[in-house]
Design a protein around this ligand. Sequence first.
Ligand SMILES: O=C(O)CCC(=O)C(=O)O
Ligand SMILES: [Fe+2]
Length: 260
Amino acid sequence: MEKLVSNWFNDQALPQSYIFPPETRPGNHTIPGCSTIPVVDLSKASGLDRTGIVQQILKASREFGFFQRTRPASTPRIRNDLAGFKQVVQTMKRKRLGLSSGFFGDKLSESVLLSVNHYPPCPDPSLTLGVSRHCDPNLLTILHQGDVSGLQVYRDGEWIGVEPLHNAFVVNIGHQLQIISNNKLKSAEHRAVTNSEVARTTAAFFIYPSDDCIIEPVKSLIDTDESPAYRAFRFKEFQLNYVSRIGNPEESLEPFKLHV
Ligand SMILES: O=C(O)CCC(=O)C(=O)O
Ligand SMILES: [Fe+2]
C-alpha cells in the first residue's frame, strides 16, 4: 500500500484542495518530539507495582489526556498489550475509580474500530494537515505511531509533538471517558502533521460504546462537593452532534452539559 499511495505526488505542488485556511495551517516552525508526555511501562502492571502504574495512568489522563505505554517485547502486539491494559483498567476500577466490576465491559466498550491511516510524503507540510485538530468522540483510543513522528497534542496554548517510541502505544482519552469521569479525566485535542521526507502509517484502535449505551457521569466519580457536569444521553445522540462539530471540542460537549 505504501508504494501505491506514496508515489502519487512525484514532486508536484500540493493540490489546491489540500491547502488549509491560514489560521489552521501548521506553518513552518518545527515542533520537536516532547518528552513530557508520560510513558507507562505495562510490563510492571502486575504484582506490587500495579498500584503505582494505575496512579501514573490516572495522573497522565488527568493532566494530559494522553500517555504512551511500552512493553519490553521486540514487536508490539495489540492483543497482548490489550490484555495488560485490561488488567490495569480492572485495578483502576477497583482501587481508584470506585467503579463496579464489568463497568467497562458490555455496552461501554462494545464496538471496536481499527483504522489505518497512511500519510504520503507531502510537497509542503506547512500548508496542510494529515488529520485536523479534534478530540476523539469515543471512550478510549490506542494508537500505534510507527517510527515516524506526526502526532501533536494541544496543551497550555501550544502544540507539542508526541515522540514515536519503539514498542509503545499512545493512549488517549476520548470524550466519553471525560464525561463518565465528570471531567476528572481529560480528552485532549490532537492533530497529525505531515512531512516532506517519508511516508507515515499509523494504526488507531478506537474503543466505542454501542449506539444505545446510556452515557452519564458515574456517581462514584462525582465528589460530594460537585454536581454532575453532564446529563444522561444515548451515545448515538452524541455521535450525530459530533460529526457537525469536529474540531470544536467545547461545541461537541455543550449540548450535553448541565449548567448549574
Ligand atoms: O495518525 C495519527 O497520528 C492520529 C490519528 C487520529 O488522531 C485519529 O485517527 O483520530
Ligand atoms: Fe484522534
